[in-house]
Design a protein around this ligand. Sequence first.
Ligand SMILES: [Zn+2]
Length: 379
Amino acid sequence: MKTISVLGLMLLLLGSGFTGIAAADDSIDITGAVQDAMAALEVTSETSGLCVLTDAGYVKVDGETTQECIATLRKETGCSIGDGNLLAIHRSINKPLWFVIFDNETKDCVYAVYKNGAFTATKVNIDGENAKTSDGWNAMKAAIGSDAFSIVTIANAWGYGAPNDFLKCTDLHNHLCPGLSSGYLIAGYIRENYPLGPGESYTWIGCPNWCKEDAIQVILDLTPGKKSLIAKQRSGELFVKEKPLAGILIIWNDTAKSGRGVAFQYDWGETCNLSDVNLSDFKPPGGKTNPLFWTTRIKASFGLLPYLNQPDMFVSLASDEFNVTSEQLDRVKMAGVDPYIELGLEEPTEVRGDFNGDGRVTSADALILLQAAVGKITL
Ligand SMILES: [Zn+2]
């Protein structure tokens, strides 16, 4: 028998008594905490426009899994995975259990997080319009804490009618950002323009990689573990160029043992125009300590929502279609291989005096030169 006490919100708001929670065996019962949150929002399971977000099912409490909390949330709120208004947000198993009940009518939510043996609940208005302002965002961040960006972006996106497959991407990524949206748009572009034929499969080389990779993983089931999604960083592209390179799609035909590929670029400039943000504001002075860092992402995330079904507006080709051999398919996945150079899309840049090929001239290169001078190695 596990007992979870509920503290916080109801005591503060209503001065009402403590709601004890007890469940059979080792299972966790959050019924009281959910009922308290519903009361604080002045809603019932009959109220339309409710949405639940929770990391239950992913995190553990006192060594126990938490999936039964999802059943409780469904029963008490009327929200369900099937209705698309109960969103299971992926988190590390080590993170605290939390749930949010969001009322799309008022844009109020109650955020209840379980820490140190008790739920602490906070009622806060998370209106997406207000979240675009520094003051609005700062107030939400102060009330909710480190989960604020996840909750504000995902709950509002749901409220604005974002499609369920898109919300699935936010589940894995555990926030919404314009980078994730770009991945959803790229996946849409691939589905529209490069449908798979018999014997064919996709490999996606995300280069430079950014949040988009998580959406591509969800929509197309391309994953690093299965070696169908390779992520490689590349400097000087993202938030620097209006149309950075985004990656390379390889369509491999396992029957013919041959492949074809094409490189993509993504139009961040268009994202900025439609959302009324500046490209440079994605990297403001002070970074994450500057509210502009967050409000820029929030504005661009919401700004892109009406265009999620129009990938042609943002995604374009950065190369002609080219052939890919099985050796190239293996090589582009290797560490230290620039996929654009390997596939003949860019010229290699040689650095004079860079003998070990790390792109820089360092003392390690001097050592190599010395060893060559005494005949130990041949360059
Ligand atoms: Zn992101």
